[in-house]
Write a protein that binds this ligand. Sequence first.
Ligand SMILES: [Zn+2]
Length: 453
Amino acid sequence: MYADATHLLKNLRNCLLSWGKLFLSDDVVSREGLVTGEVTVDAFIRVIQFQENKELKIAHRLDWKCVRVKGFEKMRVKPAQSLLSRDVAGAIRLLVSQGLSPQSDLASAFFADQVGSWYTLMTGRREFDSFTKNYPDQLQDKVSFLKVFQGLIDSLKFEGSQEKKPFQKGILISTSSLIFDVDRFLNHLGYTYFQGGRTTTEGCENIFSTARSGNPNPSPRQLRGAFKAIALSQLVRNAKSGNYNDDDHVPFLSALTDALQHSEGNEEGDEDLVPTEGDVVIDFFDANSLVYLSGYILRKTVRSKRHYCQSCISHLVISHEDLPQPTDDVSKSLLQLLGIKDMGRLTKPSDLGQDLFLTLEGVFRQFQPNISKGEAHIGKKLTSKCLTVLSEKFSNLSLTCHSSLLVARFVKIRCFFWGRFLNAQIQKDPSHQTLVASESNSSRSVKRAVVFK
Ligand SMILES: [Zn+2]
């Protein structure tokens, strides 16, 4: 019997937000070596405040919407998923390691980490987050984790309340059921793998919220028509709206497409870009975030099935043996954020790879003011500018095979971050809202187009 994991996650999040804090049991505190058992919303807010005015975020899905949830927003899964995630746990730990957050925040980081890992297993649909006989050690670890997590949830305490919350009971039931099913399918029914994601109602909820997005109250006939349309549209492109996530969604892809649309202007313009005066400074956190992002771009590019390139990997990616040793001083390392968030699957850029992306960021910042002035063909111009600088700086290296694809992807994502940052600034400053209203027909894409016209 399963209580739906996505609903449990939302309930847990609502509980944390309304109480402001939860308490881990003393056993957990001493086992994990924490200074306190207090899991507080403030720890998350410190990360939001820290990165609010940054374009390169250390937890790129975390914003105020994750902690200020009102009305129907409570139904949306994404903010809950973004808040209680391993990604945010990494960001809190980075701030603590740099002395910008108190040590006590590590309890919140630990909690977010655990809930994020649990949710990944409960809803997993990929090889690494499903239960498979092919990797017996990992299978054992996952099942043990689930058992320990049950203990963690069971022993949670709330200020002035002894009673168990419904989400606690739900998590205990669902997790026990999953452990039971994993054993049943793998050891008794002869299956080689079992995916937690098949036990949620997400797929069902997703199709209903998509079907009702046009008409919230359809007749049976209209619903049948909507299902037909959805079946067809699945072959074209995934729906963006809806409270529930797509089956095997890759959130960055739509972001990339958006950035591409807006970075390729429609107007003609051949004027060269004008760099700004003065030096470009990239601080420690921006550099860490950038190196994390560059690992993502490298994985999607030279390590993807389609573009797999041994030559680029050997130059730009750290092999397992070259990883920094625990004895090295990592507190100043640009790989620190990546190291904190890593569970052994992230792609780590080599020194050359880091240097390359820091150079790209430098070029981007140098020409950034041109973007807000509405420069046409900004994506193409930036890409060619970056490539020129790279070929000058790294002339001794043959970076020809995948450098243009890497640079083009960097520019697209970077333009998207810049656009997102500007949009956030516009929303904060009411004087800009009339500008947006007058230049748009209220569709989201057009609002964004104000930035990249
Ligand atoms: Zn290559």
